[in-house]
Design a protein around this ligand. Structure first.
Ligand code: ADP
Ligand code: MG
Length: 600
């Protein structure tokens, strides 16, 4: 039998390789734009016709190519970005495989104009299906312009596989946005069939975010910053109540490369835990910078996954960075702490500036002044930044008393007074102005933290019901209740089976008015099921949320004297006082200067 194995001609080898690198117009956009970025361009223009199906042109003002390099750039495995295997582990460029231009020129009609800054003339190359049709000197701008025309014109199967223009365009926009976000110092334009869709001036990341997503984002961003020996994290987070129903606007970059990572996304989402409206997704743009030797980007040409050698460590830093940004950066308005800082400075005569200092002073004072053992130290991030926080979630009665005592001794009579506005809000004077608390949202937050804490610590008090009533459930609900009996009891309920699908509630959580236990219990189960369908939170959190929602003070309910004060005091000892469990703001401070401005 004769030998039958042959080497494939380059054109076919390139076409096969192209299948990997170029799947759709958006992949061509990504490759061409990354090349422009790697060429140190300061301005990059993307021109499309028919969502890139007939034309994708990327123009840059980068370093350009010599005549020889222009020709070489089209060869497979031709790259200026790495020279030896070790270079893979110190990668600072977007590209390195040397496959993109070879692949693109195999599956399109490609035209390149490129000129080195110091040369007078540039080079024009026209290539079709890997075959160079023309090469000649040309007068052109410095930098490089590459047009990919009629992508997949020579592979009908692939061309037919392309989706609608709207769909392909959306993929392009995704790539465009990612690159524009990770390079705010470069100006970008996107022009689709003669209409300017994006025109992004160079600037800071926050400005870039606003020019891509719109003005409304301006108010919603909180900076995030954390640095350890291993990684540096920077970027912006959107406020919890600004979270969207769709996951789309979450961007994670590692060394400026967009990546997808369920694991790290989980770190971000964990930091937001308890703050978000049901099944909503907060906006974030986070950059992780790490020594390239700790990562492996060489997984697949088009995959957006990368490997870290110590993913857990990165997870921990991301979690702590985002937590800190949410807490410290007053996604929580800064105002609430101003008021308290004044209290502290009365105590210590120190000018406490930041929340950290505030906590430190406040709670070390608390420790000095009494032997409360329910304050615990929480170490956030590295150990040098010890922050004192109230014991997890809501403090117990003792703490509340201490709080009130502390406040009462320091507050003036005006500051002590609270009143109810339209049976919905509690209004109170604070140092920086006027505090307005939404009674329902605030109470949901207070109860939520309290219940969650009780479930975790199994510390709930229960009060005996005077007239226990039987409750009959359907079989499925009954089985569900039995399954989480322990957690329900940990909340403070005392339940007992009383025949088929029937139970009796003998006790309810200590802090809930008795007399409506049947309604409350049924409401709890109902709410639990709703949450289960819409949220993916742990069982204990769902229970705590559900009961908080059902048992909370409602809008429209009349509150008097001590109730008003207690509500406000309890809110501000919550771990996260600013939002209800569903992400609604709980309070607002009308600042003095704002009030004054109305009378000028
Ligand atoms: P890679 O980016 O992986 O090196 P490409 O096929 O994308 O591979 O590009 C091959 C080479 O062509 C690059 O290494 C670079 O030297 C050169 N090149 C490509 N695009 C440009 C550009 N816009 N400006 C300057 N040089 C470029
Ligand atoms: Mg490239």
């Amino acid at each position: 039998m004769p030998d039958i194995i042959q080497l494939l001609p380059d054109s076919i080898a390139n076409q096969i390789a192209a299948g990997e690198v170029v799947q759709r117009p958006a992949s061509a956009v990504k490759e061409l734009m990354e090349n422009a970025i790697d060429a140190d361009a300061t301005h990059i223009k993307l021109i499309l016709k028919e969502a890139g199906k007939t034309l994708i042109q990327v123009m840059d003002d980068g370093k350009g190519m010599s005549e020889t390099d222009a020709r070489m750039s089209l060869e497979r495995h031709a790259t200026s970005k790495i020279r030896k295997a070790e270079d893979l582990f110190s990668l600072r460029t977007m590209g390195f495989r040397g496959e993109a231009l070879a692949s693109l020129s195999a599956v399109s009609q490609l035209e390149m104009k490129t000129r080195l800054p110091d040369e007078e003339l540039g080079t024009l190359l026209v290539v079709e299906a890997s075959e160079v049709k023309r090469q000649e000197p040309v007068v052109c701008d410095k930098g490089t312009s590459i047009s990919v025309k009629n992508l997949f014109y020579n592979i009908p199967a692939r061309r037919n596989f392309l989706k609608s223009n709207a769909n392909e365009y959306q993929h392009i926009v995704d790539e465009f946005q990612r690159l524009a976000l990770s390079h705010p110092e470069i100006s970008f334009q996107l022009i689709e069939t003669d209409s300017i869709e994006y025109d992004l001036p160079p600037g800071k990341l926050s400005q870039r975010i606003v020019s891509i997503f719109g003005k409304s984002y301006q108010e919603q961003l909180a900076p995030c910053h954390e640095e350890t020996a291993l990684v540096r994290i920077t970027g912006y987070l959107g406020k919890p109540h600004f979270a969207k129903k769709k996951r789309g606007e979450q961007f994670l970059f590692v060394n400026k490369r967009f990546i997808r990572s369920n694991y790290l996304n989980h770190a971000v989402m964990s930091a937001f835990e308890g703050l978000l409206i049901e099944s909503s997704f907060p906006f974030y743009v986070l950059f992780i910078e790490i020594d390239p030797k700790h990562i492996d980007v060489n997984v697949h040409p088009t995959k957006t996954e990368i490997k870290f050698d110590d993913e857990r460590a990165v997870y921990a830093v991301v979690l702590s960075a985002v937590r800190q940004a949410i807490g410290a950066h007053n996604l929580t308005p800064a105002i609430d702490f101003d008021a308290d800082v004044n209290i502290i400075s009365k105590l210590t005569n120190a000018s406490a500036q930041s929340k950290e200092v505030y906590f430190e002073e406040r709670f070390s004072n608390a420790l000095h002044r009494s032997n409360l053992d329910n304050w615990e130290k929480i170490f956030e991030g590295d150990e040098n930044k010890q922050i004192m926080r109230p014991a997890e979630a809501l403090p117990n009665v003792q703490t509340l008393r201490f709080e009130s005592a502390l406040n009462q001794s320091l507050e003036t009579p005006e500051e002590k007074a609270c009143f109810q506005l339209h049976n919905r809000y509690v209004v109170k004077q604070v140092k920086s102005g006027m505090l307005i608390v939404d009674q329902q949202a605030a109470h949901e937050r207070i109860l939520f933290e309290k219940f969650l804490n009780q479930i975790k610590k199994k510390s709930a008090q229960s009060q005996q019901c005077l007239f226990p009533q039987p409750i009959t459930l359907n079989a499925a609900d009954f089985a569900m209740v039995m399954e989480m009996e322990q957690e329900i009891e940990a909340l403070g309920f005392r339940i007992e089976v009383f025949g088929k699908n029937t139970l009796v509630v003998n006790g309810v959580p200590g802090n809930i008015p008795t007399g409506r236990e049947k309604e409350l219990f049924e409401g709890l189960i109902e709410q639990f099921k709703i949450n289960q369908a819409e949220l993916s939170v742990p069982l204990s959190e769902n229970l705590a949320r559900s009961l908080a929602k059902r048992a909370s003070i409602k809008s429209g309910q009349v509150l008097v004297g001590e109730e008003l004060r207690a509500l406000v005091d309890s809110l501000f000892v919550c771990t996260t006082p600013n939002y209800s469990p569903e992400g609604k703001p709980t309070f607002f401070i009308f600042e003095m200067n704002k009030i004054e401005s109305y009378f000028r």
